[in-house]
Design a protein around this ligand. Structure first.
Ligand code: ATP
Length: 478
């Protein structure tokens, strides 16, 4: 496989995240309203989560950033939204009914837990046990032989629960693009190469979910299938690896040093792939997949043509040839990006003898860009602060907060990553000026209200540049 990760040598080595960062983030997420356990008042449900007000905003920013880079800024990618439940033959043709399985082993000892056979070694290592011993990572009990377990959720379509009515919740969004290849081609009169992309929920009955929202049973994917001429796929695979890696660094502000591109070796390759790279991030539990970029050849179109009996060939009017396009796929999960961004942005420092927690999120990705804070709850200050919020609302995502002491409100905004805060005080009523406080250096400047929008724009630009430097590894944190 070609080396497509040339930048790695010019960035500093990765810094392992603090081992307890997930616990810290789980509590911050719950307390501040990023993530709640699903149906929590009933005791929750394993590997399912709900996103709160801030989490919903961050996820929306992630989806928008992907949409912008993959669709809006390009001429060659169309979007679709396909149904979650599809004709079950789709999953026969795709190979999921046959192959979408993980090897499962049961503990026969004390704890009786179920494990993914290929995770036992890492799970033992994570618990400080000898990874070479093939025993239960929890209680050292003996494990059963591995058997294959299909990860697709089954349900029934219509009122009769019989085998003929059995359908699946989609385990990936990709097949929605393949089965619509002909429709999109006819509707858009596209020429190769072009992509079809989709954002949407997927479902997998994972054997060992966990690590917060890293591995869920219901999650959201953003996938793109790039259809191309056979023979151009290798070069496009390299192109998309670089493009996707750059997106994490440039648009999301994830530190390059904490990312790597890893090629799958022959045993690891999926049944459909002739070459796959993973964009990986250094999580507290080790390197983990964020995004997969795969050369799927003409596997999927060939399978669907065969199983559906429909001709899915592409006609090239310049050569008068008909052929099945090859496909390079990019597949990433919103929830994994979400947890990656929180880990990557999380920082603690001591300020005047007190611990300060800051999320150093890219200013365009933070749930809010500007907090508007009246110094106190006095009605005249509240009214003025609402007026100030009105000046910037619509251009920037703003939050209004007048609940606690100003110091505590600054700390809260630091913890949720808000880049800028605008404080309205009693002087504002006289001099028509406000204070802008910036998250990273906690510097403050006073600006007249007439110049507020411009000043916020300039400060955000500075923070964008700083985020770019931090992500590229050209500056220390902050
Ligand atoms: P893994 O090896 O971690 O199980 P995978 O190789 O099966 O992942 P893909 O089928 O390539 O994953 O899925 C594409 C992307 O979808 C992944 O890179 C990840 O970001 C996301 N994803 C997959 N499974 C899950 C899950 N259970 N929870 C959250 N996100 C997921």
């Amino acid at each position: 496989m070609t080396a497509v990760d040339p930048a790695q040598s010019s960035v500093p080595p990765p810094v392992p995240p603090p081992p307890d960062i997930l616990e810290r983030l789980v509590s911050l997420c719950k307390q501040r309203g990023f993530v709640f356990p699903s149906s929590e008042i009933y005791g929750g449900i394993n590997a399912l989560y709900d996103y709160g007000p801030l989490g919903t905003r961050l996820r929306r920013n992630i989806r928008n950033a992907w949409w912008r880079r993959m669709i809006d800024l390009r001429d060659d990618v169309e979007a679709v939204e396909s149904s979650i439940i599809m004709n079950p033959n789709v999953w026969v043709a795709s190979g999921h009914v046959q192959n979408f399985t993980d090897p499962l082993v049961d503990c026969t000892g004390k704890c009786r837990k179920r494990w993914r056979a290929d995770h036992v070694e890492a799970e033992r290592r994570a618990r400080g046990k000898d990874p070479a011993q093939v025993l239960c990572p929890e209680c050292d009990g003996a494990l059963t032989e591995a058997r294959q377990f299909n990860l697709m959720f089954k349900t029934f379509l219509g009122p009769v629960e019989e085998a003929a009515a059995q359908v699946y919740l989609r385990p990936e969004t990709a097949q929605g693009m393949f089965v619509n290849f002909g429709n999109v081609l006819n509707a858009t009169r596209r020429r190769l190469p072009f992509g079809i992309a989709q954002q949407g929920r997927s479902f997998r009955n994972e054997i060992s979910p966990g690590n917060f929202v890293f591995r869920l049973r219901e999650f959201e994917q953003m996938e793109m299938e790039y259809f191309c001429e056979p023979g151009s796929d290798r070069e496009l695979l390299d192109y998309w690896c670089k493009e996707r890696l750059d997106w994490f660094v440039e648009d999301l502000g994830v530190r390059r040093a904490q990312l790597r591109l890893r090629a799958h070796d022959a045993e690891e390759l999926s049944h459909y792939s002739s070459g796959t790279y993973d964009v990986e991030y250094l999580f507290p539990f080790g390197w983990g997949e964020l995004e997969g970029i795969a050369d799927r050849t003409d596997f999927d179109l060939k399978q669907h043509a065969q199983h559906s009996g429909k001709d899915l060939a592409y006609f090239d009017p310049t050569t008068n040839q008909r052929f099945l396009p090859y496909v390079v796929e990019t597949a990433v999960g919103v929830d994994r990006i979400f947890i990656t961004m929180l880990i990557d942005a999380y920082d603690e420092e001591e300020v005047r003898g007190e611990k300060r927690v800051v999320l150093r999120l890219h200013p365009d990705m933070a749930p809010y860009q500007v907090a508007v804070l009246p110094l106190s709850k006095k009605p005249e200050l509240s009214a003025k602060a609402r007026e100030v919020q009105g000046l910037i609302r619509g251009q920037l995502a703003t939050e209004y907060d007048e609940t606690q002491s100003i110091g505590r409100r600054y700390r809260r905004q630091d913890e949720i990553g808000t880049p800028l805060a605008v404080t309205v005080d009693f002087d504002t009523l006289q001099d028509q000026a406000v204070t802008i406080r910036e998250r990273d250096g906690m510097t403050q400047v006073r600006v007249p209200l007439t110049e507020l929008a411009a000043a916020l724009g300039e400060q955000l630009d500075v923070m964008r540049r700083r985020a770019a430097e931090r992500a590229a590894g050209r500056a220390s944190a902050g």
